[in-house]
Design a protein around this ligand. Structure first.
Ligand code: FEO
Length: 174
């Protein structure tokens, strides 16, 4: 016998997380558009790839719900902000958002434990690791932006660095 059908409470929480991940994508795509509007194409590239990764996260939950015989329920995605005060401000908001997502994942882990849902608990381990990586990436860029301060040359160099980020679909990851 395989894993039993997913419980109602767990299912509702996972569907809510699909919305959180899609909002994350929307937020980073909005940041990408803002970076484009101020001529920072490397920053825009980084955020554009982040937006794609968030869709992958949403789809990981989506595929998982279906694999457990559950029903995916998509809900309204709220409007993201459209402007930030500076690149540093945008990345500070990114880190803040990821800390919120980490809390969401931890809450899901708690529900999985309470519901004794081992399959969901296992799925969430991947997201725990991913959140550590995402927060660390954001912190690294924030540190660089703080060191750079107002230096136009520093921003230009970082923009060139962030332009090198490439998108890797989830299934190709090890
Ligand atoms: Fe889906 Fe940025 O965590």
């Amino acid at each position: 016998m395989g894993e039993k059908m997913i419980g109602e409470r767990m299912l509702e929480a996972l569907n809510k997380q699909i919305n959180e991940e899609l909002y994350s994508s929307y937020l980073y795509l909005s940041m990408s558009a803002w970076f484009e509007s101020i001529g920072l194409k490397g920053f825009a590239n980084w955020m554009n790839i982040q937006a794609k990764e968030e869709i992958d996260h949403a789809m990981k939950f989506y595929d998982y719900i279906i694999s457990r015989g559950g029903k995916v329920h998509l809900s309204e995605i709220k409007e993201p902000p459209h402007e930030w005060q500076s690149p540093l401000h945008a990345f500070e908001e990114t880190l803040k958002h990821e800390q919120h997502i980490t809390k969401c994942i931890n809450d899901l882990v708690e529900i999985a434990e309470e519901e004794k849902d081992r399959a969901t608990f296992n799925l969430l381990q991947w997201f725990i690791d991913e959140q550590i990586e995402e927060e660390a990436n954001d912190e690294e860029i924030i540190n660089k932006l703080r060191m750079i301060g107002e230096s136009g040359n520093g921003i230009f160099m970082l923009d060139r660095e962030l332009a090198t980020r490439v998108y890797t679909p989830l299934k190709e990851e090890k």
